[in-house]
Every structure is written in C-alpha cells, then in structure tokens.
Design a protein around this ligand. Structure first.
Ligand code: ADP
Length: 474
C-alpha cells in the first residue's frame, strides 16, 4: 500500500524549510509505524532546534511578501490547494489509515473535512473587514485595520493528521501569516503529503514549513523566538499548559485546543434510537480518540435499563480490525501505551484478540463521579454509563470537571434543550446529534479545554491583530 503513495509522489520523509525538502542536519531519522500491523512505513527526518530556527527565519522572510499580496491572490492559491487535496483524496486517506489506523471510511471523511477548512478560509480571506468609528472630535477620523499577526507556530496531534493542520494553516495563510508546523511524531506522513500539495498549489516557499522530531526542542525554539508571534496547539492539556507558560516570556498570542471530558446526557424523554445512534457516534468515532468524544454517558433513571441494553447491543455490532478492511468500524489505538484497564464491565474491557493496540469496544455500567473513569479523558473505546435522577443533577455532573469542550444531550423537549444548552459550561453543544464539527461553525473549549476558536468566521480572529488609526487635524 505504501508503494501507491510513493507512486503518487506523496511519500515525503524530509522536513520542508523554505520550500526545500531537507534532512535533519545531523542525519537522524525516526520510524513511522502502522499501528495495525507494526510495519515500519518510513523513516522520517528527526529534527530539533537548528532546523526549527531556520524554518522560523524562512517563515519570517516570506511573511513580508505573502502578507503584501492581495486577499484575492492568497485566496486563489488556497483554493488550488483545496482542489489538489480533493483530487488526491484516495492517496491521502490511505496514508492516514496506514499511519494512524482509522478506518478508510473515516479517513476519507477526514480528507473532506480537512480540505473544507482550506476552501472555507480561501473564501474568508476576502472578508477581513475593518471599521470606521464615528469620531468624538469633528476634525478626526478613526479607523480600525485588521492585520496578520506574523509568523505562527502550529503544533498538532495524531488523531486527525490532516484536519488539525488545515484548520490552523488555512486561516493563518488566508490572513497573510506564514507558518511553521510541527506534526505529531506518530503521523508526519500525512502532514508532509499535504505540504507537498500546498507547494504544488503555488503556496510560496517559506509560507508553510514543516519540521518534526524532538518535540520539546522544536516547541522550545518556537516559544523562545521573538519572530514567532503566535502559538496554536491541539493536544493534551499538560503540553498545552507548558506551551502557554513558555509563551509568556515573549508574550505570544496563544490558541489552545486541549482535552475534553464530554458529557452525553440522555434524558427520559429522549428518542431512544436517536440517543443510541448519536451517543454511539459521539463515543466511538476514531475508536474514541477525539477530544470531543463522549467520555461520560449520563442516563436518566427512567430510561437507564432500556438505553443500556440497546447501547450495549449497538456496541456489539462494531467491527474491530485493520482500517484497510471494508468491514472495519474500529481501528487500533494509536499505540500500545494507549491501551487502558477498565472495571465494572458490561461489555469488552480487554485487549482485542487481534493483539497489537486493538482494544475491545467497552461499556462500563453504574459509574459515579468519584471514579477515575468519570474524572479523566479516556481517549479510547470505553463508554461509562452514569445514572442520574433529575435535570439539575445531570447539569451538576456534566459541569463537574475542569474540561469544557463538547457536550451532548438527547431530549425531545425544546424547553429543556434551551435550558440545558445554556447551563452547560462547554464550548460546543450537540442536541440530539453526536457529530457536530464543521468548518462553518466555531470549535473550541472553555475552562481548561482551551483558548480561541477554530473554523468559521471567528477562526480568522486568532490570526489577526487590530490596529487603531487616528487621523487628526483634518
Ligand atoms: P496527544 O496525547 O494528543 O498525543 P500531546 O500533547 O502529547 O497529545 O501531543 C500533541 C503534540 O504536541 C504532538 O505534536 C507532540 O509531539 C507535541 N508535544 C509534546 N510535547 C511537547 C513539548 N514539550 N513541546 C512542544 N510540543 C510537544
């Protein structure tokens, strides 16, 4: 399968600095493995401080030309990149399944989703409007300009190898910023293939750079640089906090998409089929490895038994296997370290007979808020069911966490959906729907789930500075 990617010219193993594909300066490489088989897919450059410094310099130089283009010129290049991503959909999806493990169907979905950010922000590029403010003195005119912030450092995770990059790089380039991307060490190949297509699309050398390897070194270099004006990160809360602290010294703008602990509340008045289907999708997408995955399924007592048995039945129908096989709905976890222990098991609860990092889709009943399973983000195919009595109790349990990214609820009552949506301390809420992410809506968390929003018209703000110009003595 790797040969298919190679034949398409998309198997890139070196970093991208100033439009050149470069090896690590000391020649070091690291292996990229297929989590379903353990096969080594490629050896990629393992970079550090020095390569990152050069990538920053190149991004900084290019900023002065890229940001001076018209919005329409930047838009055209982005549009072309989108078209190339879409015309290489099969190869990109295959590459993603090989290095990340997700089923081909989900991988194809991610290429569409990832490319949609480039298309959307190609359009938004043309809509960076300023303001004219009525003055307080007759001989003055007050203007507001929006300008690109400068060089952006983007650090991304492995669970969405393409989309987490495009939803940062799309708005950044659209605004006129230039970028140094550091993809996850587990999934650099998709990132490099996408960058190759960006070059082919006419995104200029130096506008998009990719370095990978030693994460603390690369992150450290990005943080200490005065040329890097913004850090945007998706990943664990622990690393996000480090990056925020590390950005303090140079007072960078910071956007963070961190861990969630999503509640999925099933009320007595829910449509049971919709609730089972929606919570299944919210929980088991990408084998539970997304930050918006339902982490705690709260079920009202009147519907608990009925929901639990229908849910267990639905989970039993999930097919675990290599993502390349048509029948697979659950791929492996990203690596063996991700395989967790469970308790009070209704279904599953152990490694799958396929071995490697395959884990059985698991349902755990009667979980309560003093258990670790309630407190921590599982990031795997384990669904805890938590019984509750009243709406107030459900809201209290749902908000009883430091995280605040996605929340879901199932109810037929319009009044309740308003009440509960407003009471939930979360950045996104799905009502009777388990899959809600789209490029046209804002994505981001409150509390310790993060800062800033990605996607939608709001996604541009994170890459823009506001400048006030006062023209006096007119
Ligand atoms: P996940 O659990 O999703 O892998 P991580 O936060 O560990 O989350 O990883 C997300 C990204 O952050 C990856 O690209 C990883 O290499 C990077 N990363 C990890 N540690 C650091 C660090 N100290 N500085 C900068 N980036 C880091």
């Amino acid at each position: 399968a790797v040969d298919k990617i190679r034949a398409a010219g998309l198997l890139r193993t070196r970093g991208l600095i100033g439009g050149q594909w470069v090896d690590a300066y000391d020649g070091k490489t690291t292996e990229v493995q297929n989590p379903a088989t353990g096969e080594v897919l490629a050896n990629v450059a393992c970079m550090g401080n020095r390569e990152t410094a050069d990538a920053i310099t190149s991004a900084n130089t290019t900023f002065y030309t890229w940001s001076k283009l018209t919005a329409s010129e930047r838009s055209k290049a982005l549009r072309k990149w989108h078209d190339l991503l879409m015309s290489h959909k099969e190869e990109l999806a295959l590459l993603m399944t090989l290095e990340q493990g997700k089923p081909m169907k989900e991988a194809l979905g991610e290429v569409n989703y990832g490319a949609s950010f480039i298309e959307f922000f190609a359009e938004e590029a043309k809509r960076v409007y300023g303001d004219i403010i009525p003055p307080t003195l007759a001989d003055r005119r007050l203007l507001v300009l929006k300008q690109p912030i400068g060089v952006v450092g983007a650090i991304t995770p492995w669970n969405f190898p393409l989309a987490m990059i495009t939803r940062k790089v799309g708005p950044a380039l659209a605004c006129g910023c230039t970028v140094v991307v550091k993809p996850s060490e587990f999934t650099p190949l998709t990132a490099l293939a996408a960058a190759d297509l960006a070059l082919q699309a006419g995104i200029p050398a130096g506008a998009l750079n990719v370095v990978m390897g030693n994460a603390p070194e690369i992150g450290g270099e990005l943080m200490q640089s005065t040329q890097v004006r913004k850090i945007t990160f998706t990943g664990s809360t622990a690393v996000g906090k480090k990056l925020m602290a590390g950005s303090a010294n140079t007072v960078k703008k910071v956007s963070l998409e961190l861990g969630g602990n999503a509640p999925c509340i099933v009320f007595d008045d829910a449509d049971i089929d919709v609730a089972v289907k929606g919570s299944l999708a919210a929980k088991f997408r990408n084998s539970g490895q997304t930050c918006v995955c339902a982490n705690r399924i709260l079920v009202q007592e009147g519907i608990y038994e009925k929901f639990a048995s229908a849910f267990v039945k639905a989970v039993q129908s999930l097919q675990v296997g290599n993502g390349l096989e048509e029948s697979t709905s659950q791929g492996p976890l990203i690596n063996e370290a991700a395989v967790e222990k469970g308790a009070n098991i209704m279904l599953g609860g152990k490694r799958h007979s396929l071995g490697m990092s395959f884990y059985e889709p698991t349902v755990v009943g009667n979980v309560s808020n003093d258990m670790l399973l309630f407190r921590e983000e599982v990031f795997g195919p384990v669904a805890p069911l938590i019984p509750f009595k009243t709406e107030e109790e459900a809201i209290h349990l749902a908000n009883d966490t430091n995280a605040g990214l996605a929340a879901y609820m199932f109810t037929k009552s319009i009044a309740r959906s308003w009440r509960v949506s407003e009471a939930l301390e979360y950045g996104l809420v799905g009502v009777n729907e388990g899959l809600i992410s789209t490029e046209v809506a804002p994505f981001g968390g409150v509390k310790q789930s993060g800062l800033g929003r990605e996607g939608s018209k709001y996604g541009m703000d994170d890459y823009l500075e506001i400048k006030y110009v006062c023209m006096g003595n007119l």
